[in-house]
Design a protein around this ligand. Structure first.
Ligand SMILES: NC(=O)c1ccc[n+]([C@@H]2O[C@H](COP(=O)([O-])OP(=O)(O)OC[C@H]3O[C@@H](n4cnc5c(N)ncnc54)[C@H](OP(=O)(O)O)[C@@H]3O)[C@@H](O)[C@H]2O)c1
Length: 304
């Protein structure tokens, strides 16, 4: 059993702490000031005392630092400056982008730095607990800490994947490009479906998208179907015309994805370069047409 402290009790911190508690560890204290963090502590960590970050750090053997990425360095430096982190203590953060460099101040005083990022999206509620089973954790740590980290990930029900320090950003970019941009893509697709008259766009898309995702995860580019890979130039032209009339703000992402799709289909040998050139020309023309003030990003980037 390890004595664990949590700074802060956000979506990830409260859930990981609850899972570690269920695995038999003691959660000695947790820090979180906002109403949302306090409510999460009451729901997921009943009986765990709240405390100031420095007090939480002093009271534990393993400090879970689950603060926003941009706060990490400052929080660690402040705690080290206050003498709250000591030699031999484990200091674990859950950021995907950061490796061990951000914990340099803690390493300097002899603590064991660990980066342990769950490749999962969190709601900060108990529904996340079941999702931890089988979740991959992108882990960076010193060789001497390998066994401790693997056991911690196992206690969470996860699977460790070791990521070299210099590859952390790339690792995180891969996850964000897949998971975050998928959300934008699906939202735009639902809007187009709704505009076409679909009463339940989500229900219409779910079987198709689920099959496409499964196929892509198994076969990569070979899973591709549709007008681009078939070289159906007229279908792409018709799409661009109707999207341009109904949802012009969707044109730039349609064009970007269609170009990337055409490029990969040519390299794959499934699309004739001649057809690809025609498609790319159409895409460029459509993009030029919507470069006008009604694009939403134009509107908000011009705000003072
Ligand atoms: N959300 C996800 O799906 C997800 C998935 C994987 C990894 N992660 C990573 O997990 C980490 C935490 O993300 P999150 O989504 O859980 O964040 P979050 O829900 O916004 O929670 C952040 C927590 O940090 C506290 N905090 C903020 N600034 C602080 C400071 N200067 N000093 C001390 N505590 C501070 C907040 O306290 P208050 O409530 O008092 O403001 C809150 O308890 C990030 O590194 C993120 O990249 C997130």
């Amino acid at each position: 059993m390890t004595r664990i402290g949590v700074v802060g009790a956000g979506r990830v911190g409260a859930v990981l702490a609850a899972a570690l508690r269920a695995a038999g560890h003691e959660i000695v204290a947790a820090a979180g000031e906002s109403t949302a963090s306090r409510e999460r502590m009451a729901a997921l960590l009943p009986g765990v005392p709240g405390g100031k970050p420095t007090d939480v750090a002093k009271s534990c053997d393993l400090l879970l630092l689950t603060v926003p990425d941009d706060m990490l360095e400052n929080v660690v430096n402040t705690m080290v400056g206050a003498g709250a982190i000591r030699a031999g203590q484990y200091v674990v953060h859950t950021s995907g982008r950061h490796g061990l460099a951000v914990l340099e101040a803690a390493s300097f005083v002899g603590a064991h730095p660990v980066a342990m990022h769950p490749a999962m999206t969190f709601t900060g509620t108990e529904v996340d607990l079941d999702r931890l089973r089988g979740t991959v954790f992108g882990v960076t740590a010193g060789e001497q800490d390998r066994a401790v980290v693997e056991s911690l990930v196992a206690d969470l029900g996860g699977v460790p994947m070791w990521v070299p320090e210099e590859k952390r950003t790339l690792y995180h970019a891969g996850l964000a490009h897949g998971a975050n941009h998928l959300v934008t893509l699906v939202s735009q697709a639902m809007e187009l479906l709704a505009a076409s008259g679909a009463e339940d766009p989500a229900a219409t898309l779910r079987p198709l998208l689920t099959a496409a995702l499964d196929n892509a995860l198994v076969a990569g580019d070979a899973a591709l179907t549709g007008p681009i890979v078939r070289g159906d130039v007229n279908t792409v032209r018709a799409h661009l015309r109707d999207i341009g009339e109904t949802a012009p703000a969707t044109i730039p992402s349609y064009v970007a994805m269609a170009k990337a799709t055409a490029d990969r289909a040519v390299l794959d040998g499934r699309l004739m370069p001649l057809r690809a050139v025609k498609i790319v020309r159409l895409l460029d023309e459509a993009l030029a047409k919507v470069e006008s003030p009604h694009l939403t990003h134009r509107t908000w980037t011009e705000q003072p």
